[in-house]
Every structure is written in structure tokens, then in C-alpha cells.
Write a protein that binds this ligand. Structure first.
Ligand SMILES: [Zn+2]
Length: 200
């Protein structure tokens, strides 16, 4: 009889122990009924059905695109290329800088520019760093302030500069994607970065 009681007690203890363990967060959560996404990832150049917010999210998460988190001058003002893209990825506008020629305020970012940023990485295969989009101080009427220009200072690990590889081909590819103001080494103020802008 004693043995029987003992074995019953042991069984109860074992049960409560297993109940304890299964309630410790290690138990598998009930599988939510989510239909797996079967849409294949397109390797095409068309982002036409994608919103600017979704495009910005892709740019933000892209392993080949580095977004500078401060101005080239070192200034941290929430208007860096990183901040611009992160804001648009969250559904907000991109902040402009408020020093020197920069007018302050906010702007949207143009779809064509965001598409091209992705195209340069996805299709052309470039790994590159963006130093400025809507922020920073540029010439007074710069297209940066309208969210239709971006600057790049490093491509495939090589700093932009006269005689360096990659940047000329990068500039040409942006021209082919509709950029109408493309400047780099040889142009005043562009010895160490390239500038791509789309029509207003
Ligand atoms: Zn520029």
C-alpha cells in the first residue's frame, strides 16, 4: 500500500514537473495559419508596382547599400542619407539640413531615384555608399533639396576619385536610368564623390 501511494505521488510529481517545463516558454507556440508567400523574388529591373515606402525599406535593408548616418562634414542632424531613407521607410518625409545653403524642412524622395539605387545594387551588382540625399548643404538650387539627387563616395570598396575604377560606369548606368545631372571627378566640387540627379 505504501508503495502504491509512493508511486502515485511520484507520478503526480513527474506530471507537474512536465507541466512546469512546458509552461516555461520552451513549448512550441501554436502554429499560426499563414499562407506561405509563393510570389517569387523578381530579378528584373521593374519596381513600378512598389510604393516609395517599400522601395525605401528595400534600400534600408540592402546589404550592398551603405547609408552614411551623418553629414560628410561630421554633422549629425537627422538628415543624413540613413535618416532620410529610414524616415521614408516608416512612411514619413525626408528631413533636409538647416545650415549654410540648406533650406530646412522636409521633402519626399522620388521613386525613380530609389528605383535606381536598388537597380545599381541588384542588377549592376555595385556595393556602394550614399553620403547624401535630401540632407547636407549643396548649391542653393540643388536638386538634393527636392529629394531627387543622391551622392556616392565609395563603390565596391574603392573611394571615388580621378583615375579610380567603377565610378564612371556607375555614372553612365545612372544616366541610362534617367539621371540628367551626373557629376564626378573633373567637375568642380566633385573630386571625391559622384552626384546623380533626376529632372524636377
Ligand atoms: Zn550631390
Amino acid at each position: 500500500m505504501k508503495n502504491l501511494i509512493k508511486s502515485i505521488l511520484t507520478a503526480i510529481l513527474a506530471l507537474s514537473a512536465s507541466a512546469l517545463f512546458s509552461s516555461c516558454g520552451t513549448a512550441p507556440a501554436p502554429t499560426p495559419k499563414v499562407t506561405p508567400k509563393t510570389v517569387p523574388v523578381k530579378k528584373t529591373t521593374s519596381y513600378s508596382s512598389t510604393s516609395t515606402q517599400a522601395l525605401a525599406k528595400k534600400v534600408l535593408a540592402h546589404p550592398k547599400i551603405t547609408l552614411l548616418r551623418k553629414q560628410v562634414s561630421g554633422r549629425v542632424d537627422g538628415a543624413s542619407s540613413y535618416h532620410n531613407i529610414a524616415s521614408v521607410a516608416r512612411g514619413y518625409s525626408a528631413k533636409r539640413s538647416s545650415y549654410s545653403n540648406a533650406p530646412g524642412g522636409y521633402t519626399k524622395l522620388r521613386r525613380k531615384m530609389l528605383e535606381t539605387m536598388l537597380y545599381m545594387a541588384d542588377v549592376k551588382g555595385y556595393r556602394y555608399r550614399v553620403t547624401s540625399i535630401a540632407g547636407g548643404s549643396h548649391s542653393k538650387t540643388s536638386r538634393h533639396y527636392a529629394g531627387i539627387a543622391f551622392d556616392v563616395d565609395m563603390i565596391n570598396g574603392v573611394k571615388v576619385g580621378a583615375g579610380k575604377p567603377y565610378y564612371k560606369a556607375f555614372m553612365n548606368a545612372c544616366r541610362a536610368k534617367g539621371a540628367t545631372e551626373v557629376l564626378g571627378p573633373g567637375a568642380k566640387g566633385h573630386s571625391r564623390h559622384i552626384h546623380m540627379a533626376w529632372p524636377r
